[in-house]
Structures are given as structure tokens and as C-alpha cells.
Design a protein around this ligand. Sequence first.
Ligand code: SAH
Ligand code: SF4
Ligand code: F3S
Length: 469
Amino acid sequence: MNIPSLIEAKKRTNNKVRNYKYIKDNKLKKIGLNKKYYIKTYGCQMNVHDSENIKALLEEMSFKETVVLEDADVILLNTCAIRENAHNKVFGFLGRVKHLKEIKPEIITGICGCMAQEENVIEEIRNKYKWIDIVFGTHNIHNLPNILNDVINNSKQEIEVFSIEGDIIEDIPVKRDSKYKAWVNIMYGCDKFCTYCIVPYTRGKQRSRNMDDILNEVKDLVRDGYLEVTLLGQNVNAYGKDLNGPKMSDLLENVAKTGIKRVRFVTSHPWDFDDDMIDVISKYDNIMPYIHLPLQSGSNRILKLMGRRYTKEQYIDLFNKLKKKIPNVAITTDIIVGFPLEEKQDFDETLDVVKTCKFDSAFTFIFSKREGTPAAKMEDNVSLEEKNKRLKQLNELVNKYANINNQKYLGKIVPVLIEDYSNKEGYLMGYTDTMKLVNIKAPKCYMGKIVNVKITDIKTWSMTGEIID
Ligand code: SAH
Ligand code: SF4
Ligand code: F3S
């Protein structure tokens, strides 16, 4: 058993990152014969992509995927720790899993992902959720086959969570959810330690993958017919800083040159967004004009308390530069309200920045205390009622600008990668280059194609369009 430690998770050394290849253990390849797995994923794109790895690892062991919880022999929850409500969702769902486990005790149940890296969660699992069979963290996903094998042989709770800086493991198999667009990790972990955020503790230190490994993955995707890649990292702009080698602008340029039709990247921290990156984005048509640029707060006092290392003036300057240099760019953001000691005046400054930037859209959150982070020790003097009031006010403003931005698309012809069926009966769905969701009434032969679409109707969060041949 290995349990996490927040103190260990926080340590950063200059030790060289180990970079090695995953090797399949053929002895385990029949363990899942005639058995099914169910995986539920919470959290960000990184977790979504980790689940694609987990699925492939299970399929190497002959397990088959099911989307029906009741049919599964192995149930895994790939969790997120970013806010308290992410926790609550997982513990809520565990009620259903427990019920199934009581009826069918031979089911193997497991927790992985960022919550598994938290001390208090593991304590709770060891005390109150003894029926959960396996827990593994973000650093040992590739070990899942062995962990599963151990629990099958020993039938006692296996907790294998490492609070280490982390390695880079290449060649972990992947079962991608889409045939057209793919997630590609370019870096792992985070060293920014924003005072509210748990990610540097759950994901380890910033480790950039070698550029050649990334480019080979993208080239393989192009060969396999993929049209879009999204380069993933908590601070993609800082790519390469830990390698003393190529920068994000170099990587982006080389990815664009592979000829993949669409290149995206998330998330950009305003801190490391340099002019070379802006130049590359504007130079290549296949780098999409869409940037997610988290603001967090519009008050310099709060930004300082958050440890974000930029001022609102620097943020607005960067925002304006991006708008000026990248034609047609859409910019979205993340904002936290109710951070400890946030006064009405600080919040008003956040509203002012939103009014200045008129974001295409924003994810807005109420501050959530994460145990072990510096902000958890700050005096949280904003009442919940006030936080809710601020969130509502902010959302109204954000929605207003989202709608105004979308209105500009009415009657325009925009490129859309059609990627799936829409929730709307008889429609397909996809995203514009600027990441606007479009529902299109079209036959399924258009699936997996980038087509020109005329926008015929606008809503705050989506649009409707028709294909122009
Ligand atoms: N690496 C990205 C953010 C990843 S987390 C960046 O730095 O921009 C996604 C978003 O969750 C953050 O941008 C932030 O707005 C929000 N978030 C993170 N920790 C939070 C907390 N403790 N309470 C509320 N929101 C939080
Ligand atoms: Fe969290 Fe800040 Fe790192 Fe983003 S940059 S993951 S908000 S610590
Ligand atoms: Fe959540 Fe971990 Fe992502 S905390 S947001 S799943 S990195």
C-alpha cells in the first residue's frame, strides 16, 4: 500500500525526469476475457485523455467496454479534485456503485485520478469505503494491469498512490473516443502553484514531453485520418521551459507543419504567452484562432493573493495584442468569485475587465477551499450568499457578451468539423475554427468532414447552420 502525502507532493527538485516506455505484460492479456469494464470520467481534458489510456490498458487485458453500469465487472471512477462539488459528485455516484457491489460482490471497483492523490480522500476511503477494491493515482496509470491482477489474486483493498514529481512514460496504449479529433499531451504537471489550486499537488512537477515524441504522435494521427489535435497541458505556453530546448512556438510551428487540418491547445496561462507564439498562431491557417486565457480575477490585489503573477493591465494588454494580431480570434476565460478577502470593489474590477474584454465565453466558479493549498488557510470572509450573488451577476454579464459575440456569426459562412450526432434529433454537431458549437441538419455522410456552414440561428451557447456546398 502507498498512500499520498501533500508535503511530498509539493516538493520540487532539480532531479532529471525519468522518461521511459510502457511495456505490455503479455502474461496479463487474458485476465479480462468475457468481462466488461465501465469507466466514468470527471474533470478536465487531461482526465478525459487519461481515461482513453485506461480503456486501452484494460482492452489489452481483453476487457470490453460497456456503457451500462449494471453490466460491468470492473467499475472505475476517474476523478477530479479541483472543487468541492467535483468531490461530491464522485461520492454521490459511489452510492450507486456500492449498491451494485452488495448484489454482485465479485465486481471490482476502483477510484483513480486527482482525488486519489488527496490525503483526506484516501483516509475517507480507508475508513468508510472499505468495499472499494483499488485506488491508484495519476502517476501510475500504466501500472493498472498489475494492480488489477493483484486485487484479483489477493482480494484485499489495494491503494497505490505515489506523491512523486512524476515521470514521462511513452507508448501507453490509447483508445481514442473520436476518429476525427485527438488529445495529445505535450506536458504533464504544473509548477505555478496558484494559491487556490490543487493541480500541482495531484499532477506533479511540470514535465515537457520530447518534441520528437509529440511530433511522431501527431504524424501517426495524420496518417490515421485524424483532422484535429488538441495539445494538452496545464500551462501549454510554458512547454519546453524545463527542457531548455524548444519553446511552445517551435512546437506549435512543427505541429502545424505536419499538415494536420486543425491544431488547438489548452490551457494558456497569460504569464508565458510570448510574441513568438502569437506570430506562429497568426502565420499558420491550421492553428485555430481560439484561445482559452484564464483571467481568474480582475483585481490586482486578488491576483496577487492568488499568486497569478500578472496584473489586470498586463492581462488586458495581452488580450488586446491577441485580438489585433490574430484575425477573427475568439477568446474565452475562467473566473473565480469569492476568493478569500475579495471585497465588493475587487469583484467590481472583475466585472470591469469582463466589460473591457467582452469574452466569447467564460467558465465561472465560486472559490472552493482545497485542503493543503495556501488559500485554504486564508480567511474566507465572503458569505456564501454573497458569493452566489456575485456569481449570478458575473454570469449575467458573461452571457450577455457570449450572445453579442455569437450574433456576429448570423448569416456568415464558417468552417465546421462535423464530429458527432447532436442532441437535437436529426442534427449533426461540430465546432467552428473559433470553437463555437454548431448544430447542422445534415445526413451522416458528412460526419468527419470539415465543411462550410452558413449560420442561420444563434443561441447563447450554440448556433444552428446549414451546409453550403
Ligand atoms: N491550468 C489552468 C487551469 C486549470 S483548473 C490555468 O492556470 O489557467 C481550471 C479552472 O478551475 C481554473 O482556471 C480556475 O478558474 C478553476 N479553479 C481551480 N481551482 C479552484 C478552486 N479552488 N476554486 C474554484 N475554482 C478553481
Ligand atoms: Fe492550477 Fe495555477 Fe497550475 Fe493552472 S497554473 S493548474 S490554476 S496552479
Ligand atoms: Fe480536475 Fe485533475 Fe484536471 S483536479 S481539473 S482532473 S488536473
